[in-house]
Design a binder for this molecule. Structure first.
Ligand code: SF4
Length: 234
């Protein structure tokens, strides 16, 4: 079976615990306002990758993974290729390598249950707690996020929550309270990360000829972000 790959990062240190090999899978159904990987959107781009190559790259990292590290499938939206993920994660398990899925909450299908069950950890983006703002940010309905949370809870998977904080979109104390309330429905949370919006991807949009819709929005102020982080309870 073949998957569609955007790129591979070896020695990844931010997409899950420990040192990780990160496979950025190609294709995403969402169009987030602040996406820094618009080149990962089109499922027809990127290149093919098979399970053997996934295992080949992942095994090379074994000396560095330690107890916590392993593989992360990110994107794009990796659950767009759920069937491939199930096969890849199970092949990695045979090598003693655990896997995390970095999911946007904008997509689920009939393979999502199996992919989450096979994984050890889900990195879950909460794009917004409010359904209308979720749609404004992602271009997608929020029901997929609830469905994914149900699947995660059903399999007792542990979760790292991620929330990108954007000035004037979700940077108020009320937004943080709403986030605290929202994540109460998730059974096992290991970490909550607030990530400040940045503008580093703007040039990429220019090169791709795609309009950057947050033009003029400043990067998230670091001090303000630190204040908001103090409000997160879990
Ligand atoms: S889900 Fe991720 S890859 Fe897809 S548009 Fe949003 S930020 Fe970009």
């Amino acid at each position: 079976m073949k998957g569609r790959l955007h790129s591979i990062e070896t020695f990844g240190a931010v997409d899950g615990p420990g040192i990780r090999t990160v496979f950025f899978m190609q294709g995403c159904p969402a169009r987030c306002l602040y996406c820094h990987n618009p080149d990962s959107w089109n499922p027809g781009e990127g290149r093919d990758i098979d399970i053997d190559e996934i295992v080949h790259w992942a095994v090379r990292g074994i000396p560095y993974y330690g107890e916590k590290g392993g593989v992360t499938f990110s994107g794009g939206e990796p659950l767009l290729q759920g069937e491939f993920l199930i096969e890849a994660i199970n092949a990695l398990k045979k090598e003693g390598i655990g896997s995390a899925i970095d999911a946007s909450g904008t997509y689920v299908d009939e393979f999502t249950d199996g992919a989450v069950e096979a994984s050890d950890l889900v990195l879950l983006d909460i794009k917004h707690t409010d359904p209308e703002r979720f749609k404004i940010i992602t271009g997608r309905e929020q029901d997929t996020l609830y469905k994914l949370i149900d699947i995660i809870n059903k399999h007792d998977r542990h979760v790292w929550i991620r929330n990108v904080v954007v000035p004037d979109i979700n940077d108020t104390e009320e937004d943080m309270r709403a986030l605290n309330d929202f994540i109460k429905q998730i059974k096992h949370i290991d970490k909550v990360e607030l990530l400040g919006y940045h503008t580093m991807a703007v040039q990429k949009y220019g090169k791709l000829g795609i309009t950057y819709r947050l033009k003029g929005v400043p990067p998230m102020d670091a001090e303000r972000l630190a204040e908001l982080k103090k409000l997160i309870e879990y």
